[in-house]
Design a protein around this ligand. Sequence first.
Ligand SMILES: Nc1ncnc2c1ncn2[C@@H]1O[C@H](COP(=O)(O)OP(=O)(O)OP(=O)(O)O)[C@@H](O)[C@H]1O
Ligand SMILES: [Mg+2]
Length: 255
Amino acid sequence: MKTSKGVKRRRVEKDGDAVVATKLRKEFGGLVAVSGLDLSIPKGTLYGMIGPNGSGKTTAIKMIVGRLRQTSGGARVLGEDSPLSARLADIGYMPQEMAIYTDLTVSENLQLFGSLYSMEREAYIKREEALLSMVDLSERRDSLVSQLSGGMKHRASLACAMIHDPEVLFLDEPTVGVDPELRVGFWQNFADLKARGKTIIITTHYMDEASRCDIVGMMRQGKLIAEGRPEELMERTSTSNLEDAFLEYSWRDSV
Ligand SMILES: Nc1ncnc2c1ncn2[C@@H]1O[C@H](COP(=O)(O)OP(=O)(O)OP(=O)(O)O)[C@@H](O)[C@H]1O
Ligand SMILES: [Mg+2]
């Protein structure tokens, strides 16, 4: 059921769900950052979360991956309640802020992340090569992260989140500062992962990227105000792009 005040839907967890959030809420002092978020994301979905600065995307993801304690409500990933333990190795998380070691090289960072997941040497070597190629850092594998450009640091961080080939990948603005040519390559890679049954939850401010997702969730003031396939969201608002669809849903939510 959809109402004009946010998306209200009875969430019944199914075996096929990779991520479920139930009435997930976070308050920082008097500020409500996430206000009763309900989500159910089937396995094998490329899910795009969009919304203006401060709408609660990062806070929601942090709670789902267990990096931030919720005020109330809960989240499950692959059937386990967050914070995860048994399924921790099955998820990858690229935070919005820099979360790799700047005093290590790109390759050392990848090795560190690989060792956290007890990867076998042979699998690791193949994976490192493929990921460095994907993020176009093969030539810079021995450079200190501190000596990379901003976009390159971001690309290295994405590779670290993906090193163990996780089942569910949370990517918080993975393409910020990345040049257009590489962004195209990234999206091709996300599509390949999805084709292999992986689930990807991604936040973005680029509407062309959002329109490549299977399902888009629109956040506003800590709530999901609309959710659906990109073409559905446009059709329901009689708009021809997701930006206008978002504005229409925002307006409906505010009246
Ligand atoms: N640690 C914190 N302490 C206090 N307030 C916080 C904290 N983290 C986030 N907030 C607040 O929570 C709200 C949601 O922030 P959040 O980072 O989740 O938004 P966002 O949708 O990810 O924004 P952006 O698009 O800028 O990344 C904002 O008002 C923010 O200032
Ligand atoms: Mg954010």
